[in-house]
Structures are given as structure tokens and as C-alpha cells.
Design a protein around this ligand. Structure first.
Ligand SMILES: [Cu+2]
Length: 127
């Protein structure tokens, strides 16, 4: 019985190491797939490191885009912020800073060199 408890306990520890505390969401934007990973779940009021991966319909990483993150409270649209995401190792990185706890949306705005513009919207909670 004791051995079983130890095994169960170590499974929980391993799940923690695998990044159970990250926020992750995947959304389609036109023919693009946008995957968002954020270092806190729920997000913190304050800075949250955000990584955005974008793939085209053929599964290739999109690296020619201008990517902006616009986050706002749907219940208080005047509370909105926007930052540019920077390309780093074929991914886009930004810092999302919710200024108060509650429900937020973020539009990931993707503008290709061709002029094509798409956006993916994710919802998250900040605490
Ligand atoms: Cu607010």
C-alpha cells in the first residue's frame, strides 16, 4: 500500500515537471494555425511570457509575418493593450500584462508579407 502511494505521488510530481502550469491554446486564423503558450495558468496580473507558433496549411512555420497581440477585457473594452511580438527561433515572443484580475481576450494579429491579415482570438483568466 505504501509503495503504491509513493508511485502515485511521483506521478503527480512528473506531471508538474511536464509543464502543467502553462496556459496553452491553439486556434485557426484563416489557413494558419496559431499556437499560444503562456508561462502562467491562470495568467498573473503583471507580466506573462508568451510564445506564439504559427504554421501554414502545409505545416511550415510562418516567419515572415508581423505579429501583434491585442488584449482586452470583453466586459470593459476600454481596457485594452497592444504589443508587437518579436521573431525568435521561428517563434514569436511577447509579454502579455493584464492590469487587473478577471476574464480577458487576446487577438493574435498576423500580417503576412503578401498583405494577408488574419487574427486568432484566445480567452484567458488573470489572477
Ligand atoms: Cu478591467
Amino acid at each position: 500500500m505504501r509503495k503504491l502511494l509513493i508511485i502515485v505521488a511521483s506521478l503527480f510530481v512528473m506531471a508538474g515537471v511536464a509543464g502543467a502550469d502553462d496556459f496553452a491554446a491553439e486556434k485557426k486564423a484563416g489557413d494558419l494555425m496559431v499556437k499560444v503558450s503562456i508561462g502562467n495558468n491562470p495568467l498573473s496580473v503583471g507580466p506573462n511570457d508568451t510564445v506564439i507558433e504559427i504554421h501554414d496549411g502545409a505545416g511550415h512555420a510562418v516567419t515572415d509575418a508581423e505579429v501583434n497581440v491585442y488584449w482586452f477585457m470583453p466586459s470593459m473594452p476600454a481596457m485594452n493593450y497592444e504589443v508587437k511580438a518579436d521573431l525568435q527561433d521561428n517563434k514569436y515572443v511577447a509579454v502579455i500584462k493584464p492590469t487587473m484580475p478577471g476574464e480577458w481576450d487576446a487577438d493574435i494579429k498576423v500580417k503576412r508579407k503578401t498583405g494577408d491579415q488574419q487574427k486568432a482570438t484566445i480567452s484567458f483568466e488573470a489572477k
